[in-house]
Design a protein around this ligand. Sequence first.
Ligand code: NDP
Length: 347
Amino acid sequence: GRVLVTGANGYIAAWIVRTLLEKGYRVRGTVRTEDKGLGLLKIFERFGKSFEIVVVPDITKDGAFDDAVEDVDAIAHTASPVNFSTEDPQDLIRPAVQGTGSILRSASQAGSKVQRIVFTSSTAAVLEADPNPRTFTEENWNDLSVAQVERDGKDNLPITKYRASKTLAERAAWKFVEDNEAVIKWDLVVMNPPFVFGPITHDVPTPSALGLSAGQFYNIVVNHSSEGGKTPEELRSTGNCWVDVRDLAEAQVLALQKDSVANERVIISAGPVVWQEWLDVANSLAPTYLPSHPNLPKGFPITSSDPKIVHQIQYDTSKADRLLGIKYRTKEDLIKDTFVDYEARGW
Ligand code: NDP
């Protein structure tokens, strides 16, 4: 079959493209400019004609994806702003929501073969900021960030604006399905991953050009000069949950294939982590896998006599286990392969 991947030059999407190609699918990727398309064609050159590019300059335009959806059996929609430096929350919300509307409309009107759409939402659309430790499930919705953005507009934290954009985009997707149930021939699957880390497979010239999550990882785990701006206390107390980008890509492929997951939202998380745990694993593996960085940030290593770490945010991942049966990589796997990747890039 042929799968359309939107925002194909992104961190996560490039792994989805690669995983699909390795499993024998034909893939069409959308990008915003010809240049980005050429870069991707080069990266996936070894797959020959199985990979092609369509340029969609403005995903918010009605009919933007009409050509792109022609003759595809499934769609993985990932294109959405992941950007914490914008003032106006609408800079995130508009492309997230309208981009979702336009791909779903194009699929319904011009995608006569489309059977399934896998939409990359986020745990940003699930969790509600809470001072107390909490475990969230797919039943939870982050309407709090939406309300905060409606109330305080640009005065919100960047993460709140981003979370609102993801919540509103996912809500829009489910509403589209509900409103068009009688006519659409495809079903929707929503993936809700937390922080996504791991090696990169797309074109990134320097660490400073990494996307948000992979960039934060590099800054905190490797890049001494900043340590990501976190104090040792914060390194031990903050971190959220994580998933390896390659496991998320595998999950997306399973989500395209399995009947049981139709019209479900699914949290894809390997578990909770605080930043200090990454530092500890990194320091134990760096001599072998990242020899060019002999002195990584150490923070305050966690010892067995420390009180148990409290994870503020956890997810119940039993639904993913049941419906998709994902095997998650470990933190050690992630760090090893990420360091090998940095080393190969001369970072
Ligand atoms: P990247 O920034 O690496 O990729 C984002 C992709 O979306 C790029 O192709 C980008 O195109 C495209 N895009 C961004 N803004 C727009 C816009 N206004 N119009 C059209 N296309 C746009 O991000 P990730 O790979 O990290 O994220 C991909 C998806 O996964 C997003 O939906 C994100 O919300 C979600 N996600 C990410 C997590 C993470 O930790 N990284 C966690 C949970 C969910 P261009 O290069 O042209 O800007």
